[in-house]
Structure formats: structure tokens, C-alpha cells
Write a protein that binds this ligand. Structure first.
Ligand code: ADP
Ligand code: MG
Length: 252
């Protein structure tokens, strides 16, 4: 691991109208590091992830992923559409709801980004897409349509689709929350495998045992601020702050 963090969020602020959702958030993720972001509903976790890949434009502060840094606030120039598209392509995101294209096969879904955003020749995109499907254990489902897949399989296709953009980092927003309990494990296994391969990741999750296992660091957010952060096992097993203790007590 190099000393320069792969993801660096500094003094990030975001309001929706009068609702101040992120209040001066700072967060580092080391290269190859895995940060689990936990906290009650409405604390700003999704907004923070969306600010990291600029699906949501922050009001102030800065976001850097790798060598690309954006500053926000008074006087800052907003990035143009092309710069944004390029940046989002290298910042993979997986959502609770998979949003696969229903009229495309799984292979078609995974090829779509490489062909349309990366302008890859179709044959190359297909090769890459098949590799990513194999990686998530779905090589044999390449020609099936999403409607014929289980929720866990759909989510794995969504992960393959993000990976086909060959992202620098991956962001997961409650990727297993919409799944039946028996399908959660297969998706967590894929995330764990990515962690083992050294992918830099931020994972919003309510799977506390998984966070403890896979994350290096845990960040606990509440009401738009980072209340506590530290090594995963320390924060989960011995939280310092009363708010963290209260939140974690719901999972025992
Ligand atoms: P979490 O993911 O921790 O549940 P969110 O980031 O989704 O929290 O939401 C934090 C707050 O921001 C909530 O009060 C939510 O209603 C508000 N919020 C999120 N997205 C929007 C939006 N696009 N427009 C208005 N308010 C939003
Ligand atoms: Mg959320």
C-alpha cells in the first residue's frame, strides 16, 4: 500500500434545500483499502457515496480519486460533462437495486458500458464482459435475460457490469439489502474476492459481521457527520462513542 490515499474526501458539504445532509465530511481510503460505511437510515451514507462518484454534486469541499481531484464551493468551476463521464466510468458503483437493462442478455448488459462509454471494439468488449461474468461465477448465464436470474445473480451481473469499466475503485450502496437472506452470501463472496484482489472499496452495508470481516476500517456516520472511525474490529467490538454503541446494539 502506498501512503497516498486512493480516495480522499475533504470537508465535503451537501444540502438539499434547507436539509444539510453532509456537514464537513472528511474520509480517506488507502490504495487497496476497504472502508465500511455504517450508520442509521438518513445519516447521509448514500449521498456521500454519490458525491464520491459525482452522481451528486457537492456544495463544498473536495473529492479526489486517484489522480483526479475536484473542488466544490464558491468560485470552484464545475467539471464539464465529458470529464464527469470519464470520472464516473473509473469509479464503479453498485446499488441496492441492480437496474439491469431488461431487454439485453447478461452479456449485453456487461458489454454496454465498454462499447458505448469506452468505445471499445465489440469483440474486445465481449471478451472483457465474458471475463467479468466468469469472475462473478456467471459465465454460463451470458445469454440469459435478467428476468430469468435470481436476485443474487442479478446483483452479480451488476457487479460484473461495473467491473467491465475497469474502475479504479468500487462503491457499494447496500448491495445486499434487497436480496432474500439465502442470496446475500453469494454477493458478499464476490465483494470479499474483490477485496482479496486489492480493489479499493467503500461499502455501505448493514451486514455488520461482514464489515468486521472484510473492511480494514469502519466509519460510523450519523446526521451528516462522521461520529467515529477506526480499525474495523475496534469500532465494531469496542466502539468509543455512545452513538456508535447504540447503533451497533441493534445488531446483536
Ligand atoms: P442514508 O443512505 O444514510 O440512509 P441518504 O444519503 O440517502 O442517507 O439521505 C440523507 C438525507 O438526505 C435524508 O434526509 C434524505 O431524505 C435526503 N436526501 C437524499 N437524497 C436526496 C435528494 N436527491 N433530494 C432531496 N433530499 C435527499
Ligand atoms: Mg442509503
Amino acid at each position: 500500500m502506498s501512503d497516498t490515499p486512493k480516495i480522499e474526501v475533504l470537508s465535503l458539504r451537501k444540502s438539499f434545500g434547507s436539509n444539510e445532509v453532509l456537514k464537513n465530511i472528511s474520509l480517506d481510503v488507502a490504495k487497496g483499502g476497504v472502508v465500511a460505511l455504517i450508520g442509521p437510515s438518513g445519516s447521509g451514507k448514500s449521498t456521500l457515496l454519490r458525491c464520491i462518484n459525482l452522481l451528486v454534486v457537492p456544495d463544498g469541499g473536495s473529492v479526489r480519486v486517484g489522480d483526479t481531484k475536484f473542488e466544490f464551493g464558491t468560485g470552484a468551476r464545475l467539471p464539464d460533462v465529458k470529464t464527469l463521464a470519464r470520472f464516473r466510468a473509473t469509479t464503479g458503483m453498485v446499488f441496492q437495486h441492480f437496474n439491469l437493462f431488461p431487454h439485453m442478455t447478461t452479456l449485453g448488459n456487461v458489454m454496454e458500458g465498454p462499447v458505448t462509454v469506452r468505445r471499445m471494439p465489440k469483440a474486445d468488449a465481449e471478451k472483457l464482459a465474458r471475463e467479468q461474468l466468469a469472475k462473478v461465477g456467471l459465465a454460463e448465464k451470458a445469454d440469459q435475460y435478467p428476468a430469468t436470474l435470481s436476485g443474487g445473480q442479478k446483483q452479480r451481473v451488476a457487479i460484473a457490469r461495473a467491473l467491465a469499466m475497469e474502475p479504479d475503485v468500487m462503491l457499494f450502496d447496500e448491495a445486499t439489502s434487497a436480496l432474500d437472506p439465502e442470496l446475500v452470501g453469494e454477493v458478499l463472496n464476490v465483494i470479499q474476492q474483490l477485496a482479496a484482489e486489492g480493489m479499493t472499496m467503500v461499502i455501505v452495508t448493514h451486514e455488520i459481521a461482514f464489515a468486521r470481516e472484510v473492511a480494514d476500517r469502519v466509519v460510523f456516520m450519523r446526521d451528516g457527520v462522521v461520529v467515529e472511525e477506526g480499525p474495523a474490529r475496534q469500532v465494531i467490538d469496542n466502539p468509543r462513542e455512545a452513538a456508535t454503541q447504540a447503533f451497533l446494539s441493534h445488531f446483536h
